[in-house]
Design a protein around this ligand. Sequence first.
Ligand code: FEO
Length: 170
Amino acid sequence: MKLSSKLKKLLNDQVGLEANASHKYLAMASWCAVTGYEGAAGFFFAQSDEERTHMLKIIHYLNDMGVPAAIPTTKDSTTSFRSLETIIKTALKNEQEVTKAIHKMVEISQTEKDHSTYAFLEWFVNEQVQEETKFETLLQKFDLIGRDKIAINEIDKILASQTTAAEPAA
Ligand code: FEO
């Protein structure tokens, strides 16, 4: 089985997107931790781990196809964020970009009749539905509960309750 050069490049780019997401969420977690948002900090530390497992899944797939993955450097060094709401909005935007990139690869794998890559990407398609829904629902909480200190504290508790341990990359 051989990957086309187009898919090879896009899968490698995806390694970068997942690495970037992992780093962004780590920076968000760190800011939340020092701002007193304990729940959000735990949530984003776990989210960062999850993105790393996504990156590893793609690296392993590339390796299975005989391709050494190009491990990218990440440039984002943000240490400060405006608010918890801004963070959730940024995270949602990030997930929407990841979804777009995944869908593009799905379309190409269909066109190229690359059934293995198509099947591999199915997990990511479903994962992105969950990821986007998760952040959309969290964002709604600001309208539903509010933006004052008590409301933010409630939202922080909700984030704590949604923290999940990342599953190991297969
Ligand atoms: Fe791996 Fe949340 O995209």
